[in-house]
Design a protein around this ligand. Sequence first.
Ligand code: ACO
Length: 324
Amino acid sequence: MTTRAVVRGLGHYLPERVVENDEFTRTLDTSDEWIRTRSGIERRHFAAEGETTSQMAARAARNALDDAGLNASDIDAIILATSTPDLTFPSAATMVQNELGMTGGFAFDVQAVCAGFIFALANANAMINSGMAKRILVVGAETFSRILDFEDRATCVLFGDGAGALVLEAQPGTGNKDDRGILAVDLNSDGSQRDLLYVDGGVSTTGTAGVLKMQGPELFKQAVNKLAETALAALEKAGLEAHDLDWIVPHQANIRIIAGTAKKLGLTMENVIVTLHDHGNTSAASIPLALSVANQQGKFKEGDLLLLEAIGGGLAWGAVVLRW
Ligand code: ACO
């Protein structure tokens, strides 16, 4: 018998404030048309003053627990992917643990920028497979609005805030590719590409949070190639091929990257979950947000094969093959 990490429940949270593309035209030389056609983004949510990453994460986590029909006491661990934690320490995950009233188990943050949720899922999967935990809340939550340079039109129009969460549960499998749950994971990073996407501040350098800097066009080229490579690597590890997929749930950075990757895999956009028009790029929150929204829309059927893929600062990138 094999242990598989199966998705038992999903939830998300989006801050109340919706910022339409037009709002940026008041202060910047930009247009709704440019933002839509170059990125696919139409609007995004921004956290309210005082609203934090851990608060949004806790709301999403509660919704995932409700969806799973579980209480916080049923959970062994929380793994939270974020690059925008409330404080330098403690982890936002322990704040979520406290907010949920969870007094046992353990909680920690994972930082792999926009690929963070993939890295968090990989950690959770390994812990479940090794018997270290039976149920893990895996959360992605970000307040990127706090690290944007609102005078840089090339970056500030692209990002949004929000949180998504899922409950992963150990369930028995047969060890073959028909099992439900995570079937394969592929993770990569390349620190030599740091300058493509980074934040120009931090604890041991400036002592400030800093703002996001991005070389968009170069990152774009890297993204399409690396995402297709990692997707194929994960599929190969699972003994599956791209044509076996029912759904791609990509990191929501740019509609042209999403479409380019799908095309490289030989899939049409009908097989792709897209939420970036409403959410923008929410970094580590984007995949769990997209999963939760699509699940609420009834898109996934038991037995469907999903590919999750993401790339972000580091560079760090990876993919997960998952049967619903
Ligand atoms: N409004 C109007 N014009 C703009 C804007 C804007 N908001 N932003 C840039 N422009 C201008 C540029 O100044 C440039 O003008 P120029 O030709 O006179 O110099 C022109 O538009 C074209 O700019 P590019 O940057 O070449 O535009 P491009 O088509 O590459 O689109 C974009 C930019 C959307 C950023 C794209 O490169 C992209 O999506 N890159 C990848 C981003 C990504 O994948 N991030 C993922 C990781 S995110 C993370 O990890 C946190």
